[in-house]
Design a protein around this ligand. Structure first.
Ligand code: ADP
Ligand code: MG
Length: 239
């Protein structure tokens, strides 16, 4: 049975794409077959984080227009044999695809992969609605900041009104030293506000920025860093 999970947040820049790339890589390393779907049409960057941008030939839109087959559009990762990416089209608006088309693509992938992770665009408009349409589960990413938590709360409400079975939370960019000084809201405070189960915590760490720029998922490092272990633990918890 395949699990179809959307990674979403409401607010932009909180780490959805970072979580999709690193969690997908961590699941692949546990031996799961993983397909990552970039649902951020117009502002795609999942390919960059994975270091696969040079290898894109076709996109999801080419599959839908009959230009190519789905398996031709999937970008394989040499370093990660269990992982593929379905790229979004660049330079297109978010209206380029419908919810039914997204369901079609994701359901095809679900036949062959253990996990389909969908990287959602920011906002709660059509791109977001397309991203959540096929999902059975959702992971909400937030930062320990009131603006991000409030947007996450809004998204929880929207997901509950759709048929998403399970909604869980990742708190990203935590800085323990700031919480100790009472300069940052704590995970407990966030959980009081959002009332959804916690899936994991990822520290604020410059290694994430370096790995983003290099196009190398953290989990591929020889000696695992603290954020890499955080993603590995989240993958184990999901499994
Ligand atoms: P989103 O997809 O939600 O818009 P991204 O995943 O693109 O967000 O992340 C936005 C920026 O924040 C990127 O530059 C990324 O490297 C950085 N970032 C994300 N998570 C962390 C973290 N835990 N520590 C440090 N930087 C992070
Ligand atoms: Mg993103």
């Amino acid at each position: 049975m395949s699990r179809i999970i959307v990674i979403t947040s409401g607010k932009g820049g909180v780490g959805k794409t970072t979580v999709t790339a690193n969690l997908g890589s961590a699941l692949a390393q546990l031996g799961c077959k993983v397909a990552l779907v970039d649902a951020d049409f117009g502002l795609r960057n999942l390919d960059l984080l994975l270091g696969l941008e040079q290898r894109i030939v076709f996109t999801a839109l080419d599959v839908l227009s009959g230009e190519c087959r789905l398996d031709q559009a999937l970008v394989k990762d040499k370093r990660q044999p269990n992982l593929v990416l379905l790229p979004a089209a660049q330079n297109r608006t978010k209206e380029a695809i419908s919810s039914d088309q997204m369901r079609f693509l994701v359901n095809q992938l679900a036949k062959q992969y253990d996990y389909v992770l969908i990287d959602s665009p920011a906002g709660i408009e059509s791109g977001f609605r397309n991203a959540i349409a096929p999902a059975q589960e959702a992971i909400i990413v937030t930062n320990p900041e009131m603006t991000a938590v409030r947007d996450a709360d809004r998204v929880v409400g929207l997901l509950e009104s759709e048929s998403v079975r399970s909604i869980r939370l990742i708190v990203n960019r935590l800085r323990p030293e700031m919480i100790q000084l009472n300069q940052m809201i704590s995970v407990e405070d966030i959980l009081d506000l959002l009332v959804i189960p916690l899936l994991g915590i990822v520290p604020d760490d410059q290694k994430i920025i370096i790995s983003t720029n290099r196009g190398e998922p953290l989990i591929l490092e020889e000696k695992l860093s603290v954020p890499a272990i955080a993603f590995q633990n989240i993958a184990k918890r999901l499994e």
